[in-house]
Design a binder for this molecule. Structure first.
Ligand code: 5AD
Ligand code: SF4
Length: 452
C-alpha cells in the first residue's frame, strides 16, 4: 500500500501511545508517532480520547507483564464504547511467542500485534485494519536489514535520540534483550552523520546516541572503511550546531582507550558515562557472563577519572542474582563505595523466561533480595547526596528542558554531567544553554539560580 492510500485511511485519526521501558522504546515510539503524523494523524493525551492506542511494551523491567496486561485490560471498555477503535501492541514483549499467545487468547479486542523488527510496517498494518476490517499479528524474525529514513516526532526541539545500532550479542545470562531485539546491527556512519546534521539544522543541540552496547558499534562507510564508536564520536564532534553528545548504554568489556581519548579530544562529548556494573562480585559477574571482573571495572573507572577528572559516573546494579551470597553482596557494596557513583539504577533480579539464569536452581529468596536492595539503595543515595552537595557554589552549564511539571516558574535542565537542575526562570529559556550557580545539592537533583 502506498503512502497516499494510507493517508486516505488514516488522515484525521487521533492516536495515543503508551510507552514502557528504556530509551530505545521511547525512541521507537517517537518513530511510530512520526509515521502517524506524516499520514495526518494527531496525538491526544489519553487512550480514552483516541481512535488508535499503541502500547509499546518492554520486557526488561520487573513486573512488566503485570503492568502491560493491566493496561491492556483497560482498553476493553474503550473498544466497547467505540467499535471503530483500534488497539495495537508492539515492542519487546511481542517478540516472545508465549506473550503473543496470551494476547490473542485472552485479549481479543487487540487489533494489531507487531514486533521490534517491523515498526516501519505499522502504518500499512493499520491501514489494512481500517480498509479490510481485519485483525493482524505480524512479528518479523530478526534480519540483517536496517530500515533508514523513518520520520520521528521529537519530544523536545533541542535534544534528540539517535539510534546508532540495534540488538545485542552479549547474552548476559539474566537478560532477555538479545532474544527480543536480535543480533547487533550497526547503521552506516554516513546515515548517522546525515541524520545528526539534519537535526542540527533543525535546532537540535544535544544528541544521545542509542544502542544496547554502543562500544561495540562497527559501521561500514561507503568506501568500505570500518568505523568504531570513537570514530563516530569524532565525526559527530565536527557537526556544527551540535553542542552536546551523550550515549546510552555501554558495556565495560568493550570500553576502549580510544573512546577515553575521545573524551579528552572532543569538546562536545559530555563528561558523563553510564557504565553498568551489575555486580561487584567476581563469581556473580562470571555467572552473569559479563566478561570482566571487579578489578578490570575499577581499572576502567580509574582510567576514565585520570583522563577526565570531573567525569560523572552512573551505573545499573542487579541485586539477588541466583546464587548471590551475603559475601557477594558485600563485594557489590564495597565496589559502590570504591567507585563513588553519582547515581545508580538498582534492580531486583527477576526471572526472564527463556534466559539461562531463569533455570538456575539457587534463586535468592524474595525477602533476602529486598533487604539487600534496601541496604544498597541507602548506600547509593548517601553517595549521590554527598556528590551533589559538593556542587554548591559551582557554575554549571545547563541545557534547559523547560518548566518543571510541579511549578511553571521553575525551569529544569541538565548539566553536562547529566545532573538534573531546578532553578527559577522563564519558559523562554527552554532549549537554551545557560550558566546556573548551584545553591543546593540534593539526593536526586541540584537547585540553583541563573548566574550573572
Ligand atoms: N532482572 C533484573 N534486572 C535486570 N536488568 C536486565 N535484566 C534483568 C533481570 N532479569 C537490568 C540490568 C540492565 C538494566 C537495563 O536492566 O541492570 O542493565
Ligand atoms: Fe542485556 Fe547484557 Fe545485552 Fe545489556 S549487554 S542488553 S544486559 S545482554
Amino acid at each position: 500500500m502506498n503512502k497516499d492510500k494510507e493517508m486516505g485511511l488514516l488522515d484525521g485519526k487521533k492516536y495515543n501511545i503508551i510507552t514502557f521501558g528504556c530509551q530505545m522504546n521511547e525512541h521507537d515510539s517517537e518513530t511510530i508517532a512520526g509515521m502517524l503524523q506524516e499520514r495526518g494523524c494527531a496525538e491526544v493525551p489519553t487512550p480514552a480520547e483516541s481512535d488508535i492506542t499503541i502500547i509499546n511494551t518492554c520486557s526488561i523491567r520487573e513486573n512488566a507483564d503485570k503492568r502491560f496486561f493491566g493496561t491492556l485490560g483497560q482498553l476493553k471498555k474503550i473498544k466497547e464504547r467505540n467499535p471503530g477503535y483500534v488497539a495495537c501492541v508492539c515492542g519487546c514483549m511481542m517478540q516472545q511467542q508465549h506473550i503473543i499467545d496470551t494476547v490473542k487468547s485472552k485479549y481479543p479486542w487487540v487489533d494489531i500485534i507487531f514486533g521490534t523488527h517491523n515498526i516501519h510496517r505499522f502504518p500499512e498494518l493499520l491501514s489494512k485494519v481500517y480498509g479490510e476490517k481485519m485483525k493482524i499479528a505480524e512479528v518479523f524474525e530478526d534480519s540483517a536489514d536496517i530500515v533508514e529514513g523513518l520520520p520521528a516526532k521529537r519530544l523536545y526541539p533541542h535534544k534528540s535520540f539517535v539510534n546508532i545500532m540495534y540488538g545485542c550479542n552479549n547474552f548476559c545470562t539474566y537478560c532477555i534483550v538479545p532474544y527480543t531485539r536480535g543480533r547487533e546491527k550497526s547503521r552506516h556512519p554516513e546515515d548517522i552523520l546525515d541524520e545528526i546534521a539534519g537535526l542540527a539544522a533543525d535546532g537540535v543541540k544535544e544528541v544521545t546516541l542509542l544502542g544496547q552496547n554502543v562500544n561495540s558499534y562497527r559501521g561500514i562507510d561507503g568506501t568500505g572503511r570500518q568505523w568504531d564508536f570513537a570514530d563516530l564520536i569524532y565525526g559527530i564532534d565536527d557537526i556544527s550546531g551540535i553542542q552536546r553528545i551523550r550515549f546510552m548504554t555501554s558495556h565495560p568489556k568493550d570500553l576502549s582507550d580510544k573512546l577515553i581519548q575521545a573524551y579528552v579530544d572532543c569538546d562536545k562529548l559530555c563528561n558523563y558515562i553510564h557504565l553498568p556494573v551489575q555486580s561487584g562480585s567476581d563469581d556473580v559477574l562470571m555467572r552473569m557472563n559479563r566478561k570482566y571482573n571487579r578489578t578490570r571495572y575499577l581499572e576502567l573507572v580509574g582510567k576514565l577519572r585520570r583522563a577526565v577528572p570531573d567525569i560523572t559516573i552512573s551505573t545499573d546494579i542487579i541485586v539477588g542474582f541466583p546464587g548471590e551470597t551475603e559475601k557477594d553482596f558485600q563485594d557489590t557494596l564495597d565496589l559502590v563505595r570504591k567507585v563513588g557513583y553519582d547515581s545508580a539504577f538498582t534492580f531486583l533480579y527477576s526471572i526472564r523466561q527463556g534466559t539461562p539464569a531463569a533455570g538456575y536452581e539457587d534463586q535468592v529468596p524474595e525477602d533476602v533480595k529486598h533487604e539487600r536492595f534496601d541496604r544498597l539503595v541507602d548506600l547509593i543515595n548517601a553517595g549521590s547526596a554527598k556528590k551533589n552537595a559538593a556542587y554548591k557554589g559551582r557554575i554549571e552549564k545547563v541545557l534547559v528542558d523547560g518548566p518543571s511539571k510541579k511549578d511553571p516558574k521553575t525551569m529544569t535542565g541538565r548539566t553536562e554531567g547529566f545532573k538534573l537542575v531546578d532553578f527559577p526562570g522563564s519558559p523562554e529559556l527552554t532549549g537554551t544553554m545557560v550558566d546556573v550557580e548551584i545553591t543546593e545539592g540534593k539526593t536526586f537533583s541540584l537547585k540553583g539560580r541563573l548566574a550573572r
